[in-house]
Unconditional design. Structure first.
Ligand code: SAM
Ligand code: SF4
Length: 460
């Protein structure tokens, strides 16, 4: 058993937050204690993201700080895990700060690698040589995945559960298929067992995760399970009250059953995150997204015809190679028509080894990318403001996350209590003053004021 103190620093998406929680659970099981302050740690684990260059730069700058820290604490062990570990492999080990490089498929070995580095003072690299040929039935990875119990640091009563790993879509800009390997769906019984265990620990909201979660498909004997089947089985678990799933690829396959499951199962939140990436067919083709803007909008219409009050969120990339002002205006047009609750806009960032990076030279300047980013968000802000205004004076049920990190001013409300952050089933953020003991619980609130991204509420 170890008694060392470990600090985990996470970069990146929900998928990475889940990986960090899995590693935290494994470390605790192996006897490590977790600490919030990296200055008090014997081991620092950096969970990295490679989706955009900016994310990698943040990791490198953090490693720079750790290199300095190691001057006065030479025994400190630094492990780099996640996408960057897989992408750069032994090159990362050349960094003076780094002792361990461990890729996503080797994550079950992380506690042994750390223990060995602490005792032997050696450097280790564990990454898959050819990730696209990785074993789809990686039993060690599956066992590691099902170790997960909600970590103390997660938002109370909420958990993420991965239903599939990897991606086979090869969007030309995207690094994910090269660092996370081929698409593999997890067995339904393993997912459901995990959900039951989480429900037993008091988890009320589960978000099912997959890079293209709606592609989930698992063949067991004669039967093939899709995401709608998982949603139905999960909705039968007492204690689980809300279910969400992210992220969806715009495709016909399985779409209708998933929407029908959402309409039929009250526990499945009426929320769909379905990135379009662009509104220009020319750019979508260059991105290897296999739909047109019209087909994408038809999917949204189909979803709305089954679930009229569904909240939809999207992602866009601006400044993809070859994107002209006309292409961009088609994206603006799509955003106007899609009526998203919110959308995330990213500036194109070339990723080494991707098809776009190899074949499509950058053609949009940093200034134009920035201008398009601001313009698209402004268009969305107007739409979000109109949609959020519909909540005014309405009573809604929210799941409380905890105290606001940056409390919004709302002087009229109950100032004896801190401001709490909560979310509606369809993922709107609602803030209100209330007792901290509500964290992790459902509450009924009335919306008293709205802004594009935040609802201001009063506890009922
Ligand atoms: N699997 C999801 C999908 O297909 O939409 C999301 C994967 S990715 C981690 C999250 C978002 O990052 C994408 O939706 C895309 O908008 C953005 N993204 C991916 N690669 C990018 C790149 N090279 N430059 C800028 N944004 C990128
Ligand atoms: Fe990347 Fe496309 Fe796969 Fe999403 S679907 S992870 S954007 S390759």
């Amino acid at each position: 058993m170890n008694t060392a103190k470990a600090h985990i620093k996470n970069f990146g998406c929900q998928m990475n937050k889940l990986d960090a929680a899995l590693v935290a659970a494994a470390l605790k099981k192996a006897g490590f204690s977790l600490c919030d302050d990296d200055r008090a740690a014997d081991v620092v684990i950096i969970n990295t993201c490679s989706v955009r260059d900016h994310a990698e730069q943040k990791v490198l700058s953090h490693l720079g700080n750790l290199k300095h820290a190691k001057k006065s604490r030479p025994d400190l062990v630094v492990a780099v895990i996640g996408c960057m570990a897989q992408r750069l492999g032994s090159k990362l080990l050349e960094h003076q700060a780094v002792d361990i490089v461990c890729g996503p498929a080797q994550i079950p070995q992380i506690t042994q690698l750390i223990s060995a580095a602490l005792t032997d003072r050696k450097k280790f690299v564990a990454v898959t040589e050819d990730i696209r040929r990785a074993d789809p039935n990686n039993a060690a990875l599956e066992d590691f995945e099902s170790l997960y119990d909600s970590d103390d640091k997660q938002i109370p009563s909420q958990a993420f559960v991965r239903v599939m790993r990897g991606c086979d879509n090869f969007c030309t800009y995207c690094i994910v298929p090269y660092v996370r390997g081929p698409e593999v769906s997890r067995p339904p019984d393993a997912i459901i067992e995990q959900l039951k265990r989480l429900a037993g620990q008091g988890v009320k909201l589960v978000t099912l995760l997959g890079q293209t979660v709606n592609s989930y498909q698992y063949k067991a004997g004669e039967r093939t399970y899709c995401l709608a089947d998982i949603l139905e089985m999960a909705a039968g678990i007492p204690g689980i009250e809300w279910l969400r799933f992210i992220t969806n690829y715009p495709q016909q396959k399985h779409f209708d059953p998933i929407c029908r499951a959402m309409a039929a199962l009250p526990k499945v939140c009426n929320y769909l995150h379905i990135p379009a990436q662009s509104g220009s067919d020319r750019i979508l083709k260059a991105m290897n997204r296999r739909y047109t803007a019209a087909e994408y909008l038809a999917l949204l219409d189909a979803a709305r015809s089954i679930i009229p009050n569904i909240a939809i969120a999207g992602d866009f990339i601006v400044g993809f190679p070859g994107e002209t002002e006309d292409d961009f205006q088609q994206t603006v047009e799509l955003v106007r028509k899609a009526l998203y609750k919110n959308c995330f806009v990213f500036k194109y960032s070339p990723r080494p080894g991707t098809t776009a990076d190899k074949r499509l030279p950058e053609s949009v300047s940093a200034e134009i990318k920035q201008k398009r980013n601001i313009e698209l968000l402004a268009v969305q802000e107007t739409i979000s403001a109109e949609l959020s205004a519909q909540f005014l004076n309405k009573q809604v049920t929210v799941l409380v996350e905890g105290p606001s990190k940056k409390p919004h001013l709302n002087k009229a409300e109950n100032q004896n209590h801190p401001q709490l952050v909560s979310r509606t089933a369809d993922d709107w953020i609602a803030v209100f003053n209330g007792p901290e003991s509500l964290a992790g619980k459902f509450a009924n609130v009335r919306i008293t004021k709205t802004s594009p991204l935040t609802l201001f509420a009063q506890l009922l």
